[in-house]
Structures are given as structure tokens and as C-alpha cells.
Design a protein around this ligand. Structure first.
Ligand SMILES: Cc1cc2nc3c(=O)[nH]c(=O)nc-3n(C[C@H](O)[C@H](O)[C@H](O)COP(=O)(O)OP(=O)(O)OC[C@H]3O[C@@H](n4cnc5c(N)ncnc54)[C@H](O)[C@@H]3O)c2cc1C
Length: 378
């Protein structure tokens, strides 16, 4: 069907951190004027870009994926430079290594940190004393930060407005098709049930969990995706843990990190955070699946198991849970790596599927975009 309506320089589907950052890049770095961002929620950064552990990765988390660890080391300083207001560094970050069931030993972890050039030092006695020595082999003080998701959202709102980028809120991109004259046509469905067609030479699908849910000519991503319904508990940390971020490595353990957006801590547990998973496929809408899912909290189980390693966690007060769909590349299931997905599609020239994997990977995506020859429509 021929596209009608305004011709856009670019359409960005998804107003999460990635969609917003890409729209701003297109405006500022590539001189695009007419950009539309389409977002199904009522505001920017309400989904995975809000409901996450807020860790600015610095490599430590990925002893099984050198590439992800190495890229994190490169991206962290850039993220701190570009979003200084959103980054919190005023807490101590500990990585503890479990004695049993860990995929790394303390010695291997130290060697790995040296290999990626990440700072590490033995934690002092006062911090070690927080852990159960029969279960924890060693404890290290490292350099890792968190971001405030609400500050990233404010940044996105401000920048999109300054760049004159239009946003269609409460609007869902439903289909994508080749149109005449090398354009792509996107069918939008507004909350009130109204349909609209937009056309552009370039469409960036930044919908994270929704990448494969568009009808029309889209063949699906070549890279297989796994969807997971996840729960992160939000807790009020007890005084002993209030100024700390803690991760126990590397297996069925937990992380407790400051979550600046709510003034609380997130508690995630490798065994209890993932509630349900499935292989992504068209027609199984992850957002619908999350709505229909019975969101009974597992916070008690997280606290109970974590307290075996870190007894003070028993004094944490449960406040709330963040439930979200987490989307990961199937190929990284075993090594836990978080590379980006950046795909172009022969059947739909000008259409890009983008998935960042973690917040700081935005630089890997922008690097890819720098290599693209993008020309403005007349
Ligand atoms: C539990 C969990 C913990 C995580 N922890 C961390 C961490 O500690 N550190 C880190 O760096 N990363 C973490 N991540 C990953 C990080 O959250 C994501 O990489 C990042 O937020 C992805 O941004 P995005 O813009 O691609 O996705 P989103 O923020 O989800 O944006 C996609 C947007 O697209 C919209 N959308 C979807 N379909 C459509 C459609 N058809 N039409 C219109 N709009 C649509 C959605 O409403 C959404 O707003 C975590 C993720 C989860 C789920």
C-alpha cells in the first residue's frame, strides 16, 4: 500500500534510552530534521530503561565474556562523561567470590580484572566481616557505578524537545512494509484506535522486547532472542549495607545495588529473578505476556538465600518489585555476554533492528551508525 502522510527523515520505534539516543544522534550528528519517535507508553524510558539494575558496567560482571568486559571498560568513562548528572559514584562497590558453585575462583577473578585493566583491591576487614567466611572465599573493593534512570529520562525529554523531534506517545507501531520510491511505510495504532501511516527511507526499530512483533514485510531478526520475565526486588537497605553495592560471583548468587531513582536498593538473584522464559517469536507479544503473568513476588526467597552469604540482608525491608521482560541474545546464554544486536535487512532496505543489551553499549551502536551512509530525503 502506498504510504501517505508526512514524509519523515527517520522514524524511530521505541522511546527507551536507545530510541531516544539514536533520535538525538540522527538530529545532531547527521543533520536529520524530521524525526518521529513512536512510543507505546505515555512517557519516555518507562520500560527496560527504567526497570533494570542501573549498573554502569565496568567489566567485573563478565569474567566469562572477555569482549563484553573489555567493551564495558571502554564505554564506562564515556558514559560518565556524557551523562554526569545521571551517574552515582558515592558508594562502595564490593565483589565477593563464593567458595562453592562459582564459575571463577578469587585468584582467577583477580587475574581477569588485571587482564581487562580494571581496578581491584582486597576489601578491608570491616567490609569482609559482613560476609559469611564459610561461603565466601574473598571480597574485593572495585570501581563500579549506578545510573539514575529518571535523570536519563529527563535528559531524553529535554534533548528530543531541543532537537525538534516529534514523539507519538501511546502509539504502537504495528506493521512495516516496503513502499514506493524506496520508502518504508510504518502503520501506527494510536491508543484511541486510530490508524496512521508514516513513511521514511529509514526506520530504526529500538523496541527491545518487541523487535520481532511487527507485521508486514519484516522477516524477523536473524539473531535468535530469548525473553525472560524478571523480578528485581526493591528494598530499603539496613544501615550496614546502605552505602554499598554488592555482587556475589559467579553463579546462582545475587546482587544488591543502589537504585537512585527510588532511593532504595535493587536485589536480584540469579535463581529467583528470572520467573519465566521463552524463545522469542512473532505473535507472542512479550508485553502482553507480562501483563497476563501472575506477578507473585519471590523477594522472600531472594533475601533468604542472600542472607546465607550476607547475614545483614535479613534486615532489609521489602518495598516493591520491578517486573520487566528482559531480552537477551540466545547465543550468549552460556557466557552471559551482552553484545549489541545491530541488523540491517535485505528485504527492507533502510530498516534497522537495534538492541543494546546494556545501557553503556550505546557507544557500540553509535559506532555502527557512524559507518552507515544515511542520506536525507528531499
Ligand atoms: C531486569 C533487568 C536488569 C538489567 N540490568 C541492567 C544493568 O544493571 N545495567 C545495564 O546497563 N543494563 C541493564 N539491563 C539492560 C537495559 O535495561 C537495557 O539494555 C536497556 O534499557 C535497553 O534500552 P532500550 O531502549 O533498547 O529498551 P526499552 O527501554 O525497553 O525501550 C523500548 C521501548 O520500545 C517501546 N515499544 C515496544 N514495542 C513498541 C511498538 N511496537 N511500538 C511503539 N513502541 C514500542 C517500549 O514501550 C519501550 O519504551 C537490565 C535489563 C533488565 C530487564
Amino acid at each position: 500500500m502506498p504510504a501517505t502522510g508526512i514524509k519523515q527523515d527517520a522514524i524511530v520505534i521505541g522511546g527507551g534510552f536507545y530510541g531516544a539516543a539514536i533520535a538525538v544522534y540522527l538530529a545532531k550528528q547527521r543533520g536529520f530534521n524530521r524525526i518521529v519517535v513512536v512510543e507505546r507508553e505515555r512517557a519516555l524510558l518507562m520500560r527496560a530503561s527504567y526497570n533494570n539494575q542501573a549498573r554502569v558496567h565496568n567489566g567485573y560482571h563478565y569474567p566469562r565474556s572477555f569482549t563484553t568486559a573489555y567493551r564495558s571498560r571502554i564505554n564506562l568513562p564515556n558514559f560518565v562523561r556524557d551523562w554526569p548528572d545521571a551517574v552515582r559514584q558515592d558508594f562502595s562497590k564490593l565483589y565477593a567470590i563464593a567458595r562453592r558453585h562459582s564459575k571463577v575462583t578469587a585468584k582467577q577473578f583477580v587475574r581477569f580484572c588485571r587482564d581487562i585493566g580494571a581496578r581491584i583491591q582486597p576489601a578491608g576487614q570491616d567490609l569482609r566481616a559482613l560476609f559469611e567466611p564459610r561461603l565466601i572465599e574473598d571480597v574485593f573493593l572495585v570501581e563500579e557505578y549506578v545510573f539514575d534512570t529518571t535523570k536519563l529520562a529527563s535528559w531524553a525529554e529535554r534533548e528530543l524537545e531541543e532537537c525538534g523531534i516529534q514523539i507519538r506517545f501511546q502509539t504502537q507501531a504495528a506493521a512495516i512494509a516496503n513502499s514506493h520510491g524506496g520508502a518504508l511505510s510504518v502503520t501506527l495504532k494510536h491508543a484511541q484506535g486510530i490508524e496512521e501511516q508514516l513513511s521514511s527511507r529509514y526506520v530504526f526499530n529500538c523496541t527491545y522486547s518487541g523487535l520481532n512483533q511487527l507485521n508486514g514485510d519484516f522477516p524477523g531478526t536473524a539473531t535468535g532472542l530469548k525473553q525472560e520475565i524478571t523480578e528485581m526486588a526493591l528494598v530499603q537497605a539496613p544501615p550496614a549495607l546502605d552505602n554499598l553495592g554488592i555482587t556475589v560471583m559467579d553463579g546462582p548468587f545475587f546482587s544488591m545495588m543502589p537504585f537512585p531513582a527510588r532511593g532504595l536498593h535493587t536485589l536480584s538473584h540469579v535463581r529467583y529473578t528470572p520467573h519465566l522464559h521463552w524463545n522469542d517469536m512473532p505473535g507472542i507479544d512479550p508485553y502482553q505476556k507480562l501483563i497476563q503473568y501472575d506477578k507473585s513476588t519471590r523477594a522472600n526467597r531472594m533475601v533468604k538465600d542472600a542472607s546465607r552469604y550476607l547475614p545483614a540482608v535479613l534486615d532489609a525491608k521489602y518495598v516493591d518489585s520491578l517486573f520487566e521482560v528482559k531480552t537477551v541474545l540466545m547465543k550468549n546464554e552460556s557466557d552471559d555476554g551482552r553484545p549489541i544486536l545491530f541488523e540491517k535487512h535485505r528485504e527492507l532496505p533502510g530498516y534497522y533492528s537495534v538492541l543494546g543489551g546494556k545501557i553503556d553499549n550505546i557507544y557500540d551502536v553509535l559506532e555502527k551508525l557512524n559507518d552507515e551512509k544515511l542520506s536525507l530525503s528531499n
